[in-house]
Design a protein around this ligand. Structure first.
Ligand SMILES: NC(=O)c1ccc[n+]([C@@H]2O[C@H](COP(=O)([O-])OP(=O)(O)OC[C@H]3O[C@@H](n4cnc5c(N)ncnc54)[C@H](OP(=O)(O)O)[C@@H]3O)[C@@H](O)[C@H]2O)c1
Length: 243
């Protein structure tokens, strides 16, 4: 049976690694035949990841969408349901972060972060949870962060958004338990991805790699459907880099 998996933020970093890990695991497991729907705002990125998945034998469909825009969410979900009839898994991975001193944050920083991490994640999840609730099966992941439960001085707005995502994951789990939908909150520490920009150059040695997060996410999905991996916490072995 085909598993229809929607992965947001699939063009780079952790999302790209999750797409590739699904494809690698499907290659070694003939009973697992995922169709990956890859979403981000940059078509060339997701088209390139889709080609890599196809080279590993997994069908992947790139769909450009900005999850901060409700019209894009409606178009994305509508297109998937029209083409594939259902959605079995949503991985809420798309996210943005701006890091600076409390006094430097502008209204634009605040609105930008919240529109993606909170508003986009909420409305996409709301729409897809409805599909899963109707069919009484599904799995929704939230790639939050350790910043969803720990404070860092440069992360005030990001942390607010990640605490919020964790709040949504925990609320949704109350609904999910009533209709057989699994909810997983994934809380990584520092991962070497484009999100860090130039700051990552000097820190690479003490960070995790995107594939370190992808493996446990895909393994959680592949657990028997009676079992929900509810939380995954992953840290660099030396601990948080800016604690
Ligand atoms: N890297 C870390 O240390 C770390 C640690 C803990 C948690 N996380 C979380 O993990 C997730 C992935 O982070 P990452 O480090 O892999 O980031 P990244 O390398 O910057 O990749 C983020 C992906 O999300 C997409 N995206 C951003 N805004 C979007 C929007 N409005 N609509 C659709 N797609 C959007 C980006 O593509 P476009 O810009 O082209 O749309 C990109 O493909 C985020 O939620 C982040 O908060 C990261």
């Amino acid at each position: 049976m085909q598993d229809v998996i929607l992965l947001t933020g699939a063009g780079k970093g952790i999302g790209k690694a999750i797409a590739l890990d699904f494809s690698l695991k499907a290659r070694n497991n003939p009973s697992f035949t995922p169709v990956l729907i890859l979403c981000s705002r940059t078509y060339s990125d997701i088209a390139s990841v889709a080609e890599k998945c196809a080279a590993l034998g997994t069908k992947a469909v790139p769909i450009e969408a900005d999850i901060a825009t409700i019209d894009d969410i409606d178009r994305l979900v509508g297109q998937i349901l029209q083409e594939f009839g259902t959605i079995d898994c949503l991985i809420n991975n798309a996210g943005v972060g701006r890091f600076k001193d409390l006094s430097e944050f502008t209204e634009e920083d605040f609105d930008y972060t919240m529109s993606v991490n909170m508003k986009g994640t909420f409305f996409l999840t709301q729409k897809i949870f409805h599909v899963m609730e109707q069919k009484r099966s599904g799995h929704i992941f939230f790639i939050t962060s350790i910043a969803a439960e720990m404070a860092f001085k440069s992360s005030s707005v990001y942390s607010m958004s990640k605490f919020g995502q964790k709040g949504l994951a925990e609320t949704l789990r109350l609904y999910g338990r009533e209709c057989n939908v699994r909810i997983t909150n994934v809380m990584p520490g520092a991962v070497y991805t484009p999100m860090w920009g130039d700051a990552a150059k000097d820190l690479k040695q003490v960070m995790m790699m995107p594939e370190d997060i992808a493996g446990p996410v895909v393994d959680a999905y592949l657990q028997p459907s009676r079992t929900a991996v509810e939380e995954i916490v992953l840290r660099p072995v030396g601990g948080d880099i800016n604690s």
